[in-house]
Write a protein that binds this ligand. Sequence first.
Ligand code: GAL
Length: 424
Amino acid sequence: MKPSLSRYLVAPLALAVLASSTLAHAQQKLDVLHWWTSQSERKAADALADALDRDDIQWRDAAIAGGAGIGAMKVLKSRLLSGRAPDVAQLIGPAIQEWAELGLLLELDNVSTQNGWSRAFFPTIWTLVRQRGHVVAVPVGIHRINTLFYQKRIFAELGLTPPRNWAEFERVADKLKRAGVIPLAQSSEPWQVATLFETLVLSESSPSFYRQLFTRGNEKLWFDPRVTRALERLRRLKQWMPDPIAERHWEGVARQLASGEVGMWVMGDWAKGELQTMGLTVDEQFGCMPVPGTADYHLYSVDTFVMLADDYGSQVQQEKLAQLAASPAVQARYNQIKGSVPVRRDADVNQMDSCARASWRTFNRGALVQAPSMTHRMASDEGLKDAIIAQLHRYFADEHIPASETQRRIAALARALGNRKSED
Ligand code: GAL
């Protein structure tokens, strides 16, 4: 009699406990939408997922392939509109403020205060993650776009020194070509063309000119001779690129540099992360330096996560991810894999390789040397960015289009998009 009674009593209790623990467990998950699908990006995302896992929260991956997040942003918007917003999303640049203004983002003020973010982050980063005094995003790493990678073995074999100015670049490129190596890697993917172009604009001008050029309301600057020179250099550099220029994923281009098929490559330092994941080490198999004319500048893109507010059902877990992602230990580990540098002023430079150290130290000099990447969403809104990139791509592909026509077209688009905004 006794055992069966206890069975009757215990069984429902056990079921209830089981049910509640299942429920609790079901809540311990975060849906994370991002565009990190290359090998190194995957590994870097896993570093964040592992940290979360140690707190018993599962990172449910919703990665959308496509360099620079072209596809991911489309998926994110459509998921949001159809009521299936992820808990966490990679969102970069001014979009953070726009989305916060719409009330879509969870405020992270408590996490920020408890972890001293206002003092820990670089001032530029601290400004970037706030809207109307509230913290609405967690920054994970700073990428440097104006990076020139070179193949050390080939440079050593040919006795070449990495170029510090464009005249040296031409000489090095010529020697590489004569030795049967493609001097400069390039893909014709529009965002990769734009990544090179914006670096050339900075090389021809300064962070303040760059900043104004890509901001609304300054369309006249598109006629500036510094833009003409950047466009002309973009076209002239084609003589050193593969012929034809294939539309290759950036990971594929990284493999070309690794194998020695190409000698140099201008790309954001996520390329360093990818080369490392292939087993190559900076300063051994490949070198990294600022693009000619940009040594004192930092053309940056900050990878950032936002937490979608929704019904606040995942708030505890979302706050945990924010706290972990910005913590010194996770910052050091994640950025080492990703190729970027910590967003923190207290980061340990002694743990960094030469490429990261130069990036972090340059960024640390402050806003006067910093230029926000247009292509990687830090400078303009999505509409203007896409319009500029489409025109640059046309100019790059069709040698018959004069620089002046591209300047005129972009200026007109910038004016039209700017006006539309002010009429709203
Ligand atoms: C950038 C992003 C980087 C890297 C790169 C290539 O926009 O900030 O984290 O993933 O695209 O996809």
